[in-house]
Design a protein around this ligand. Structure first.
Ligand code: SF4
Length: 292
């Protein structure tokens, strides 16, 4: 398939280069990683400037094979969870004065609890060490459908529970072959049911071959299980070996999805070509403060 030319609206503003260098230096000191670097996110400078960083726990190797994703999938490199990681994240977050901390992970189907206990330990350490008003957002895997693990994590009191559905159900077999759309919806539903104060969040990409109608149906499905925040961004292929970009969606269409999403009742809809899962994640703080 011929590669499509990237439109001008996908050029990101180069913000926060100094802050990015400073944070990356500190990450290495603590032996930590951010998904911002690993996934080559176009917004990392802006997020770092806004006092947000997305830490990636449980290593840099994933047990799944999503065809859009740049994360390493060499299972020979899988390592046991690092017991120093939770405290290191909390200490670095304190040092950086982060206001909103996002924790994400690769999918660890090889671990009996899917990595849930590491999430729990990270939350405990952050609550112990960091500023009292810090908000915590978790971007979890589906824990292989183990809803008890979802509940356990939610009960440790993160502020936002995010699980991305990534694309419309019809494209799962080619985009997320080892995932299951209904299983992901169940995870979000369980999170919503397990706590009244938590904000449930999900996100997906467009440009993978979905139709507008499929996108609206997907958003309706997310609302039905109680999702409060949705992020919608343009898929950009990390290399020629990844799923091709089928279409560059015009910014007007993103605006249309935003309007429709707000009508459906989402509290926040981040919809624009360069939106990624944690982009403007700190906006959730405003809703949390209003609720408390
Ligand atoms: S599960 Fe997540 S980290 Fe793993 S391949 Fe898929 S998108 Fe990438």
């Amino acid at each position: 398939m011929k590669e499509l030319r990237k439109p001008d609206w996908l050029k990101s503003k180069k913000l926060g280069a100094k802050k990015t260098r400073e944070i990356i230096k500190k990450l290495r000191k603590y032996n930590l990683h951010t998904v911002c670097e690993n996934a080559g996110c176009p917004n990392q400078g802006e997020c770092f400037e806004n006092g947000t960083a997305t830490f990636m726990i449980l290593g840099e190797t994933c047990t799944r094979n999503c065809t859009f994703c740049a994360i390493d999938k060499n299972k020979n490199k899988l390592q046991q969870p690092d017991s120093n990681e939770p405290k290191a994240i909390a200490e670095l977050s304190k040092e950086l004065g982060l206001k909103h901390i996002v924790i994400t992970t690769v999918t660890r189907d090889d671990l009996p609890d899917g990595g849930a206990s590491q999430f729990i330990e990270v939350i405990k350490q952050i609550r112990k060490i960091c500023r009292k008003d810090v908000s915590i957002e978790l971007l979890i895997s589906d824990f292989n459908g183990d809803l008890e693990m979802v509940e356990k994590v939610v009960k440790t009191a993160p502020d936002v529970l995010n699980h991305n559905v990534e694309t419309v159900p019809r494209l799962y077999s080619t985009v997320r072959p080892m995932a299951d759309f209904q299983r992901s919806l169940n995870v979000l539903h369980k999170a919503r049911q397990s706590s009244t104060r938590i904000l449930a969040k999900s996100g997906f990409m467009v440009g993978l071959g979905e139709t507008k109608e499929e996108v609206l149906n997907l958003m309706e499905s997310l609302r039905k299980v109680g999702v409060d925040i949705v992020t919608i961004g343009q898929y950009i292929a990390p290399s020629q070996n990844h799923h091709p970009v089928i279409e560059y969606i015009h910014p007007n269409v993103f605006d249309f999805f935003k309007e429709e999403g707000l009508k459906m009742g989402f509290e926040i809809v981040e919809s624009a070509p360069l939106v990624r899962s944690s982009f403007h994640a700190e906006k959730a703080r405003k809703i949390l403060f209003k609720r408390s």
